[in-house]
Ligand binder design. Sequence first.
Ligand code: BDR
Ligand code: CA
Length: 324
Amino acid sequence: MSKPLPLILDCDPGIDDFIAILMILAAPEKFNLLGITVSGGNVPLKYTTQNALKACELAGRPDVKVYAGCPSPMMRDLTCESVVHGETGLKGPALPMPTMKAQSQHAVDFLIETLMKADKKVTLATTGPLTNIAVAIVREPRILNNIDQIVTMGGSMLLGNITPAAEYNFYADPEAAHILLTSGKPLTLVGLDVTHQILTSPEWLSELKALENPVADTLVEMLKVHDYDVKTFGLAGAPLHDPAVIAYLLKPELFKGKFVNVEVDLSFNITRGRTTIDWYNKRHLEQNAHVLNEVDVKGFFDLTTDLLSSYGALSSSQKKERMS
Ligand code: BDR
Ligand code: CA
């Protein structure tokens, strides 16, 4: 059996980031999670940090190290998505306040220290605005030597979701996205072209419910009310953007894509954050990203259900409580 992959997750929970964390923690034999770094994003940093801690506690993993990072993007004001995820970022079930605390070290310092001393290259999974990673690269470019690959939820070949032109994570901090796109590191983009195919359904929520475990139960409660994309874009269910990053790391064969040139719009106008993805190599530029555009949807949901089933069944007293 191969050794667990050294991994850092940079995120901004957010409902779908929350699920991504639970997927990682469900696979300790696959991931050696060195830490979770958090930035402001979907909601302000105070809440994204709290939500990452809540995910770890729900998973029964108070040992996981969570680092709070940049509260806002490199050059822009923070744009939140409370309208999508709720005021505190986790609409739906009332989760207890976490008892575990974030580490005192800043996320950027943690990234630099960990990557500088890593004896094995580290994979970065990112599911939020890219501020923490970009600031770490600017402060200490030598960390690039110890990054194996970066798998990022961000970008879109077609329409945007935060504006007509741009996907949220790239819109929130386009300068940070530009730094990653020009870093020379292997970069996989899991954008809206893929994530808008991965939609929750009543059938899948019933499957989760049937797992009879507290983690799956919590997610069902959350996903039942996660209906912004259904109402706004007419999607058939809620897109599981950030979990797609974790699924790609575990089973890349579920996805198809192409190595192409990608540029992010750094303007301050309506196209801010838009990704120009040169699918047909019209510009003859460097292939700086692996852009995914196809996914085996059933395979994705089977994998996710399987991971979440590892959280164990409810005890008989929990079952009684659930029935009352
Ligand atoms: C991205 O924006 C956020 O709302 C989600 O958490 C995801 O990372 C999708 O555009
Ligand atoms: Ca996110």
